[in-house]
Design a protein around this ligand. Structure first.
Ligand code: 0RQ
Length: 501
C-alpha cells in the first residue's frame, strides 16, 4: 500500500475497485466526487460499469442515481451511461453519452444551481444519500482526508451518506495539501450566519475534510490522471469577442465604475473565456483577483505573470501542459490558489458582496435580453446551468458571450424569443458577440431590443430581427415587451423543419 494512507484503520479496509464496486447495491443513490473533469473517482465507476454490463447480459437491470459536483469524465458519466446504469443524474453533466440518454428520455436529469446542491441534500429535498464515493490525494494519520484537484460537494456527500468509499489517487500531487479551505460553519435556515469572506484571498476553514471512520466501508488505491483536454488557442471569433470586453473594461475604469484592478472575475471554461483571460494578461492589469468555479489554463498563466494575484475556485480544469506547470511550481501556486467547496465558491452572498464580474457562455439570447444557456431548440439538453446562474444573478456585472451564429450560420444566436430561459432579462447586463457588445444596464425592453439587434446580431439576421420587432411594436398589443405570439418561436420551428432559421 502507498504511503498516502496514513491511518491504520482505513489501511485495513484497502480493497480492489471491483470489490468496492460490489458494495454498491442496485438502486443506490451515490454521491460522487468530481467537478469539470477533475477529482472524480477513476476506478470504481468503471468497475461498476463492468458489473452492470455483466448483469445486463444475464437479463438483469441495475441502475443507480448519481449526484456529483459538476461534470466528470468518460470514466464516470460515460461508462455508466453507456451501460444504461444511471437512473437519475444531478446537478450538471457535459458527457455526450449522458446527453444522448437524457434527450432520448432514458435518463432523468435534474439541472440545479451548483451553489444550491448541498442545501438540497441537507434539507432532504432529494431524499436519502446512500453512499459517497470520493477521490482524495491522501489520508492523514487521524483519518482526515486531503482533498484532490476538486472539492465540489465532497464535504456534503461525506456528511450525508450512510456509507463512504474512498479512492486514494497517487497521481494527484501530494503537495495539493494546504491549498484547500473547507468551511464547517454552514447551516440550514433559520440558523445561518454570515459567511465571513470579504476578499477572494480569505481563508475561513480547514485544510482537510473530516471523515467519520465508522462509515468508511472501503478504500481503493488508484494512479490515474484527471481528464485533461489539450488547450486550443482562441480562434478569431473568440478574440473579437474578447476585444469588445477588454474595451468595455477600459471604458468602465475611465468612467469610474470599475477600479483599475477590476473586480473579482468569474469565467466559464472554453475558447471565448480563454481569449478574454489572454487579453487581460496582455493588458496593463496587475493584481486582479478571481472568484470563480474553475481554474483553467489562462488563470495559471495570469497568476504566473502577476496579472492575477489570487484565485478562489472549487476545481481545476487544466490541459496536460498546464498540469505540468502546476506540479512543477506547486509551492508558488499554493500561495495564490484557494479551493473551496462549491456551496462557498459559488455562494450568492459572496458573489454579491465581492461584486463579481461574471462571464459565461450562452446558446441563444432574445431581443429583450433573456438568455438560454442549456436547451437546443427549447427541448434538447446541452450541458446544464452549472454555476452560471449563481454568478450571473448575483454578480456586479453579468456578461454573456456567444458567436452571433451557430452551425455554419444556419442558426442565429439572437432570436425573437428564447426557446428556454435560464437567465432572465432582469439578470443579464451585457451581451457580447463578435459583432459587438450590448450594454443593457438602465435600458427599457424596447431600448434593449435596438441595442441587441444593432450591436450583437449577425448582419444576415439583423434586418429580419428588426422587422419582427417593428411589427410587434406596430401590433399595439402591449408596448412594454412587444411580441407577436404566433411568430415568436417561428425561427426555431423553421430550423427544426428546414435546418435553417
Ligand atoms: O455544438 O460543437 O456540436 O457544433 O453548442 O457551443 O459555441 O462551442 O460554445 O462550448 O462555450 O458552449 C452555453 C453550451 C456554450 C456553455 C454553452 C452549439 C454549438 C456547439 C457549444 P457543436 P460553442 P461553448 C461556467 C458556468 C452553461 C453552463 C455554464 C454552457 C455547442 O457555455 O454549457 O455557463 N453553459 N457554466 O454549435 C443550436 C444554438 C447554439 C448551438 C451553440 N443557438 N442552437 N446549437 N450551439 N449555440 C462554469 C464552467 O464552465 C465550469
Amino acid at each position: 500500500a502507498s504511503s498516502r494512507i496514513r491511518n491504520p484503520e482505513l489501511l485495513q479496509r484497502l480493497m480492489s475497485a471491483e470489490a468496492a464496486a460490489a458494495l454498491i447495491p442496485n438502486g443506490a443513490v451515490v454521491g460522487m466526487s468530481g467537478f469539470t473533469g477533475a477529482g472524480y473517482p477513476k476506478a470504481i465507476p468503471t468497475a461498476l460499469a463492468h458489473r452492470i454490463r455483466d448483469l445486463n447480459g444475464q437479463g438483469e437491470k441495475f441502475r443507480i442515481s448519481i449526484w456529483t459536483g459538476a461534470s466528470t469524465a468518460p470514466e464516470l458519466d460515460g461508462v455508466l451511461a453507456e451501460v444504461d446504469g444511471i437512473e437519475m443524474r444531478l446537478p450538471f453533466q457535459s458527457d455526450p453519452i449522458c446527453r444522448q440518454r437524457i434527450n432520448d428520455g432514458r435518463m432523468d436529469y435534474i439541472d440545479i444551481h451548483l451553489s444550491e446542491v448541498s442545501q438540497y441534500a441537507w434539507a432532504g429535498f432529494l431524499g436519502k444519500l446512500d453512499l459517497a464515493v470520493i477521490e482524495v490525494a491522501g489520508i492523514l494519520e487521524d483519518g482526515r482526508l486531503i482533498p484532490s484537484s476538486a472539492v465540489g460537494n465532497n464535504k456534503t456527500w461525506i456528511e450525508q451518506a450512510d456509507k463512504i468509499i474512498i479512492e486514494v489517487n497517487d497521481k494527484q500531487n501530494a503537495k495539493l495539501e494546504g491549498m484547500h479551505d473547507i468551511y464547517y460553519g454552514t447551516a440550514l435556515p433559520p440558523n445561518r450566519k454570515p459567511i465571513m469572506i470579504t476578499s477572494p484571498a480569505d481563508r475561513i476553514g480547514e485544510q482537510y475534510l473530516h471523515c467519520p471512520l465508522d462509515k468508511v466501508i472501503g478504500v481503493v488505491e488508484t494512479s490515474a490522471a484527471d481528464r485533461n483536454s489539450p488547450f486550443t488557442p482562441p480562434d478569431e471569433v473568440s478574440k473579437r469577442i474578447a476585444g469588445h470586453i477588454l474595451e468595455f473594461f477600459e471604458r468602465e475604469i475611465a468612467a469610474g465604475r470599475l477600479p483599475k484592478e477590476l473586480l473579482p472575475i468569474q469565467s466559464g471554461v472554453g475558447n471565448i473565456p480563454n481569449a478574454v483571460l489572454e487579453g487581460l494578461d496582455a493588458g496593463p492589469y496587475k493584481n486582479l483577483t478571481a472568484f470563480t468555479e474553475v481554474i483553467q489554463d489562462g488563470m495559471l498563466k495570469m497568476l504566473k505573470s502577476g496579472t492575477l494575484g489570487v484565485a478562489s475556485a472549487t476545481a481545476f480544469s487544466l490541459s496536460p501542459v498546464a498540469i505540468e506547470e502546476l506540479n512543477n511550481n506547486i509551492d508558488f501556486y499554493r500561495e495564490r490558489i484557494i479551493l473551496r467547496q462549491q456551496d462557498i465558491s459559488n455562494h450568492p452572498e459572496l458573489a454579491r458582496r465581492l461584486g463579481v464580474i461574471a462571464m459565461n457562455g450562452l446558446i441563444e439570447a432574445d431581443i429583450y435580453g433573456n438568455v438560454n444557456s442549456t436547451h437546443i431548440m427549447g427541448s434538447r439538453m446541452m450541458n446544464g446551468i452549472g454555476g452560471s446562474g449563481d454568478f450571473a444573478r448575483n454578480g456586479y456585472l453579468s456578461i454573456f458571450v456567444t458567436p452571433s451564429t451557430a452551425k455554419n450560420g444556419s442558426i442565429s444566436a439572437i432570436v425573437p424569443m428564447v426557446s428556454h430561459v435560464d437567465h432572465t432579462e432582469h439578470d443579464v447586463k451585457i451581451i457580447v458577440t463578435e459583432q459587438g457588445l450590448a450594454d443593457l444596464r438602465g435600458l427599457s425592453p424596447r431600448q434593449r431590443a435596438h441595442k441587441i439587434i444593432q450591436n450583437c446580431a449577425h448582419p444576415a439576421y439583423r434586418e429580419r430581427l428588426m422587422d419582427y420587432f417593428e411589427r410587434a411594436c406596430a401590433s399595439g398589443r402591449g408596448m412594454h415587451t412587444p411580441h407577436l405570439l404566433g411568430e415568436a418561436l417561428s425561427w426555431h420551428q423553421r430550423y427544426e423543419e428546414n435546418g435553417q432559421m
